[in-house]
Structure formats: C-alpha cells, structure tokens
Design a protein around this ligand. Structure first.
Ligand SMILES: [Fe+2]
Ligand SMILES: [Fe+2]
Length: 138
C-alpha cells in the first residue's frame, strides 16, 4: 500500500526522494499500529512524520513561489490540513482503543497523503516539468 512506485514520480529528484522517505515512515507507522500496537512508538513515529512532512511542504512551497505556481493557495491549504489532521491524530491517540489505531490511521494517511501525492502534487509538477528544460536546476 505505502510502497513507492513510478506513478508517484514527479520527475524532480529532491521531491521524489522526500516522497520516498515519507512513504517509508508511513509504512513503519502503519506496521507499528497494525501489529505492535505500542502507543509510545506510534506517537513517536507520528511526531517524526509531522516534522518530516513540514520540511517537505516547505520544499514544495519553495518551488511554488519560485515559479509563481497559480494554484499555490489551494495546494498550501491541503498541506496545512494534512498537518492539522496529523496533529489531531497524535493528540487523540491517548483516547483511541488500541484496535482502532490502524483503521483510523489508514483512513487518515490514505486520504491525506496518497491522494495529495497522486493528484495535487502531480498537478504541481506537471506545471513545473515544461519549465525544467529551460533551467539548469529547478
Ligand atoms: Fe509532496
Ligand atoms: Fe504537496
């Protein structure tokens, strides 16, 4: 589910590598939630994902600003929403029944990460790709 495949590629190594790293972290979190059910580990991994996602979103914002991406507001709103939801999830972890971790997490990560990556990020990088030919480093 959370393994990298070429459909995720946006054609910019810096971003692809960050997406790979995010998917690895998400996979670890999902495995932890599904099988180990250790709330401390889940909480720590969630914190790690939040900080890596924040770093990644800043990288994308840098590209959007540099190349005057017209849909920047909508894209950044989705990023803010992902961070907000992850923070809520982390906060609510304490009150979840341990068996609900995995399903809650699956819904959250699937809708916010995989869909964002497949549609919203893809749209951004479809915009950037033609510009790539005219610049040495995008
Ligand atoms: Fe992204
Ligand atoms: Fe994005």
């Amino acid at each position: 589910m959370f393994t990298w495949n070429e459909n995720f590629s946006v054609g910019i190594d810096e971003i692809d590598n960050q997406h790979k790293e995010l998917l690895t972290l998400i996979g670890k979190l999902f495995t932890g939630a599904r099988f180990k059910k250790d709330i401390i580990e889940i909480s720590n991994l969630t914190t790690e994902i939040i900080s890596f996602a924040e770093h990644h979103f800043m990288t994308e914002s840098r590209y959007m600003r540099k190349y005057n991406y017209p849909d920047i507001e909508h894209h950044e709103n989705e990023h803010d929403e992902i961070i907000k939801r992850l923070k809520e999830y982390k906060f609510e972890l304490k009150s979840y029944n341990v068996d609900d971790f995995a399903s809650e997490l699956m819904i959250l990560l699937k809708s916010w990460f995989v869909n964002h990556l497949t549609y919203t990020d893809k749209k951004l990088f479809d915009f950037l790709t033609p510009l790539k030919d005219s610049t040495t480093k995008l």
